[in-house]
Design a binder for this molecule. Sequence first.
Ligand code: 5GP
Length: 199
Amino acid sequence: MQLLEERIRRDGVIKEGNVLKVDSFLNHQMDIKLFKEIGKEFKRRFAGEEINKILTIEASGIGIACVVAESFDVPVVFAKKTKTKNIAGDVYTSKVESFTHGRVYDIIVSKEFLTKDDRVLLIDDFLANGKALEGLADLVQLSGATLVGAGIVIEKGFQVGGEIIRSKGIHLESLAIVDGMDEKTGTIQFRKQKWDDLD
Ligand code: 5GP
């Protein structure tokens, strides 16, 4: 998605440890005009798919998922990160190892909001090693819902997440795929995608 790539080039900041900071427009301050274009692009990429729910993970996925959900005209559910295990049995739980914080936490979603009749699109801001998406996919599987696909705003193509998710047969669409970034020069390389010609 050209608009997004231009914005990453202009305002993205490359940090050590393969972290791309996009705090000025994506996950701290949020550019809702850009989010709307992101929503339209996911709608285009998943055209013809029956989707009745968006599932994301707190915190930085929520804003994006809300705007995407408006494009699809469906509700959003976000998985909560928690330190305390819920023993009441009214939630589905999985584990996620955080790329940015380097620790493992439980994620939960209420059984009330994810059921076997749901057809779910996962949405998140970044894909790195794939742990967040795997955790969300687990929750979908536990609920008996159908996983239609996953939409990612920025995939870091030099990390293993994309390969892992695609090898599981999950329909993954990443609006920008960063194949390389250089902290010293500030340069970012994007992967060419079939969608680029249609922009
Ligand atoms: P994964 O679970 O795929 O390893 O990492 C994805 C999660 O880690 C995303 O939810 C995102 O919040 C965070 N993340 C991974 N890489 C980056 C990055 O380069 N920049 C930022 N801002 N977040 C990242």
